[in-house]
Design a protein around this ligand. Structure first.
Ligand code: GRF
Length: 208
């Protein structure tokens, strides 16, 4: 039998962890058959993502960031984060609701290796509250974007985008909920594109 090597993927998250869970589910169901989730790194002790890691038996590493404090030690935090990443030696790093901007000391170590998911059709509405920004601009549609992480916030090259219609009466909450489902599918599909480059030819003939 052919032995296929799996890409080592480490996820960075700060919150609820639903995108991380979507990846974990896709790995357990073999939808992502060439991915091994080898670690979750989290900077917030109360984050739901830590419980997701426990449920899926994925090793988790808490590196608290103290980012709410004035004059917090960003350099010390990033040194600890980098050391943990180096130990895990991932092929890809997925940011999934990771709320800090990664500094150059990390981004430069992993060029074209770090992905992020953002809840808008970038380059529209970077930064926080992207769904609220789209509603305020009276958009008819929005979506999500998986992109490579560079030193600029939400600006790296785009790997995959999916659109979603904004419905009459949508609130920030209803739109965010619907968009989250699309995000989950999109992040899984992006990792399939990376780890099974020919899969989209079989399963997604509409993709270029
Ligand atoms: C998602 O909307 C993601 O696009 C954004 O932060 C949110 C994280 O949600 N970057 P979750 O923690 O994955 O549930």
């Amino acid at each position: 039998m052919e032995t296929l090597s799996k890409a080592k993927v480490v996820v960075l998250a700060s919150g609820r962890g639903s995108n991380f869970e979507a990846l974990a589910k896709a790995v357990s169901s073999h939808e992502l058959s060439r991915v091994a989730l080898t670690g979750l790194i989290c900077n917030v002790p109360q984050a739901g993502a830590l419980a997701v890691a426990a449920r899926y038996h994925i090793p988790s590493f808490l590196i608290p960031s103290a980012h709410h404090e004035k004059n917090w030690d960003r350099a010390g935090y990033e040194a600890a984060l980098l050391a943990q990443l180096q130990t895990l030696a991932p092929d890809w790093i997925c940011l999934a609701g990771y709320l800090l901007l990664l500094g150059p000391s990390i981004v430069r170590q992993y060029p074209q290796k770090i992905l992020n998911i953002h809840p808008s059709l970038l380059p529209k509405y970077p930064g926080l509250k992207a769904q609220r920004q789209a509603l305020a601009a009276q958009e008819q549609e929005t979506g999500c974007t998986v992109h490579w992480v560079t030193e600029e916030l939400d600006e790296g090259p785009i790997l995959l985008q999916k659109k979603l219609s904004i419905l009459p009466g949508d609130t920030e909450h209803s739109l965010s909920e619907r968009l989250l489902t699309v995000e989950h599918q999109t992040y899984v599909e992006a990792l399939r594109l990376l780890t099974e480059p020919t899969s989209h030819l079989k399963n997604h003939p509409q993709q270029k």
